[in-house]
Design a binder for this molecule. Structure first.
Ligand code: FAD
Length: 303
């Protein structure tokens, strides 16, 4: 199918973009990588009167690691973030999640901020945002506001973005010296959206025992939210986790849907299996120092 008729603007600055978005309101859609928007236009699932293409906004094409955050501008493509060594050292779960997003050809065009504001419940990055309590920066002519973690998602394909706003960046916290995270998913073919997936985070004390743990699922509900499973793992040694209680706790909190790909009960079962694997790998990652984490002398002794 062909898209409905629309007007097209490609502003040259953030200010010009914000002015256009303020004037057009709900009539406009931002065009970033187009990897979700263009198929939706072609299928006539959306019909904005105007597309505002942000391709010229070079100020937003930056990845910065500073002040305990990995800041990713709205023009940054998935593939660029995936390959950024400083971002990888600072928060390794980003590369792990991005490698599971579609195929390289789609990651070469699609943007990470676009994926987050698109808020597909089967997408990897929104779950990582919920898990890490990452901060989305939303800018309008009236100023900047921030939404954090699961507050960035209101429902399937609905983020906290309001008409007139441009998502200018997302900021992920740098991995803590005692924290690790991992992503597990099952897709029918590599690169497909996952039938179910989970991002998990485990924090340890200096004796390598669990102090906190949480998980954020994708493909198993309407929008990602972090589930606290720390009480089911607290005090356990990182190298000998017993995950059954945590898996049971998380499964009780899930409410997946049936669809043509899987039944709800299969998804719930699968989500638990994946969580068990992700927790074990997250705990292992938490015992591995990264370049960006500040090694603690006590931890070096235990390593
Ligand atoms: C075949 C295929 C397979 C895919 N598989 C996966 C997958 O497995 N996992 C996954 O996570 N994704 C997958 N995707 C989606 C891909 O990751 C998209 O690139 C991403 O979801 C959207 O990013 P984009 O930059 O292309 O956004 P666009 O398509 O340009 O925009 C998407 C939506 O977000 C809005 N938007 C984008 N950027 C901004 C901004 N800065 N400010 C305000 N609004 C904005 C747009 O207006 C639009 O509503 C797949 C896509 C395809 C085509």
């Amino acid at each position: 199918m062909k898209p409905p008729v629309f007007a097209y603007h490609a502003p040259r600055s953030v200010e010009e973009t914000l002015e256009l978005l303020a004037q057009l309101g709900a009539e406009a859609k931002v065009l970033a990588g187009g990897q979700s928007l263009v198929p939706m236009l072609n299928m006539r699932l959306v019909a904005p009167a105007v597309l505002v293409d942000i391709r010229h906004l070079d100020d937003l094409d930056t990845v910065e690691v500073a002040d305990g955050r990995v800041r990713v501008g709205a023009r940054v493509r998935h593939r660029r973030l995936e390959r950024d060594d400083a971002a990888h050292a600072a928060q390794p779960v980003l590369r792990e999640a991005l490698e599971l997003v579609a195929h390289p050809v789609i990651r070469n065009r699609g943007t990470s901020v676009g994926s987050i504001v698109h808020a597909d419940p089967a997408a990897e990055l929104p779950a990582v945002v919920a898990l890490l309590d990452a901060r989305l920066e939303l800018t309008s002519r009236d100023g900047v506001r921030h939404v954090t973690g699961a507050d960035a998602f209101l429902g399937p394909l609905e983020s906290a973005l309001r008409p007139g706003e441009l998502a200018t960046a997302v900021e992920f916290p740098v991995r803590s010296p005692y924290g690790g995270a991992a992503v597990e998913e099952l897709a029918r073919r590599h690169g497909d959206y996952a039938l179910a997936g989970v991002a998990a985070q485990v924090d340890l004390d200096e004796d390598r025992r669990v102090t906190a743990a949480k998980a954020a699922f994708f493909g198993v509900g309407g929008e990602p939210a972090a589930i606290d499973v720390g009480q089911a793992l607290a005090g356990q040694p990182a190298d000998a986790l017993r995950v059954d209680d945590a898996v049971g706790l998380a499964r009780d909190g899930l409410d997946p849907d049936d669809d043509i790909h899987a039944t709800a009960s299969y998804r719930r079962h699968l989500a638990g299996v994946l969580l068990g694997r992700a927790l074990v790998r997250a705990a292992a990652a938490a015992t591995t120092p990264t370049a960006a984490s500040t090694p603690d002398p006590a931890r070096e002794v235990h390593a």
